[in-house]
Write a protein that binds this ligand. Structure first.
Ligand SMILES: NC(=O)c1ccc[n+]([C@@H]2O[C@H](COP(=O)([O-])OP(=O)(O)OC[C@H]3O[C@@H](n4cnc5c(N)ncnc54)[C@H](OP(=O)(O)O)[C@@H]3O)[C@@H](O)[C@H]2O)c1
Length: 295
């Protein structure tokens, strides 16, 4: 089945992998971002359009001619002028309403592992409420909840690298015992799941928790980043209540601090699922964690 797919949030990390994947699978892609930018190497199957989910400007126009849509816009951390409520919740509601008006045949929504209806966990709560807007809509939808995603241009693993380089002279702080567990998934495998979620008719109304083939702890991730970047730091376990207290101050006075209070709080939520989930859901063995692109 060949579709015209509007990818909303096309210029971000996930979008920059999903757009070429969809185009190479033969689909036409409408790549939506605020500036309507084109990504490097996007071919003639990709058309860039501008829209803003926080105001709704351009959204209806962006969906003209689309059979299906992928919603990728979300922020992992609040900043001045950009709140979880405005982007992750109300932005998703606007996308849902525009997709309903455009009579989109399938909406694939990127949620996140660990989403929860709990206002104390700002990001995960906002992703939960965005997800609910999709699930309560009249649309034919599929929800994907990935664990951490790795690949060229990612946010998380590049942030660990930047933290080691710029914030960790000789030692690096590790939250708690460093045993928070994740299940990193390759963004290329996620792109496969997105494409199948767009085209397989019988996936309508499904929610998939997605992870890679291994569970890894935060401590192991730091070790792996140090190995590929050849940086050596001593890992210093720091009690979570202490990091929590520190980040509630840095959130206010040092917004460039690598981690937010909300991100530390979200470590209490599981960010992994069973190891066969991806293959069972999408019929493909997911790739193992490979951070060579960080070199
Ligand atoms: N990365 C991960 O490890 C991970 C894990 C689990 C779930 N997810 C989910 O995956 C999705 C994609 O994440 P990502 O890592 O690709 O994020 P990202 O790199 O920050 O990309 C966000 C995209 O949204 C666009 N955008 C931001 N604000 C917008 C607005 N107001 N209106 C329209 N477009 C706007 C950005 O484009 P412009 O700035 O050019 O407008 C960009 O294309 C998110 O829903 C996230 O919650 C990600």
């Amino acid at each position: 089945m060949t579709l015209t797919v509007a990818v909303i949030g096309a210029t971000g990390f996930v979008g920059s992998h999903v757009v070429p994947h969809l185009a190479s699978a033969g689909h036409r892609v409408i790549a939506v971002s605020r500036a309507g930018r084109r990504g490097i190497g996007w071919g003639e199957r990709v058309e860039a359009r501008a829209a803003d989910v926080t105001t709704g400007t351009g959204l209806d126009e962006a969906l003209v001619g689309a059979d299906a849509a992928v919603h990728l816009v979300a922020i992992p951390r609040e900043s001045k002028g950009s709140s979880f409520e405005a982007v992750n919740v109300r932005g998703t509601r606007r996308v849902v309403a525009a997709a309903e008006r455009a009579e989109i045949q399938r909406l694939v929504h990127l949620s996140a592992m660990g989403v929860i209806d709990d206002p104390k966990l700002g990001y995960l709560d906002s992703k939960w409420r965005g997800e609910q807007a999709v699930r309560e809509s009249s649309l034919n939808w599929v929800v994907l909840r990935p664990s951490l995603l790795f690949g060229e241009g990612d946010g998380f693993f590049n942030l660990v690298k930047a933290t080691l380089r710029s914030w960790s002279p000789g030692i690096v702080a590790i939250p708690g015992k460093g045993d928070a567990r994740f299940q990193p998934l390759s963004v290329e495998d996620l792109a496969i799941a997105v494409e199948k979620s767009l085209t397989d008719v019988d996936r309508a109304g499904s929610v998939y928790e997605l992870g890679g083939p291994d569970w890894v702890t935060y401590g192991q991730i730091v070790d792996e980043v140090m190995k590929v970047t050849r940086m050596r730091r001593l890992k210093l376990p720091m009690p979570i209540p202490l990091i929590s207290a520190l980040t509630s101050v840095t959130d206010r006075i040092l917004p460039v601090f690598p981690v937010s209070h909300d991100q530390i709080s979200s470590l209490q939520r599981p960010n992994y699922t069973d190891l066969g989930a991806f293959e069972r859901g999408f019929g493909v063995k997911p790739r193992t964690l490979d951070l060579a692109y960080l070199r």
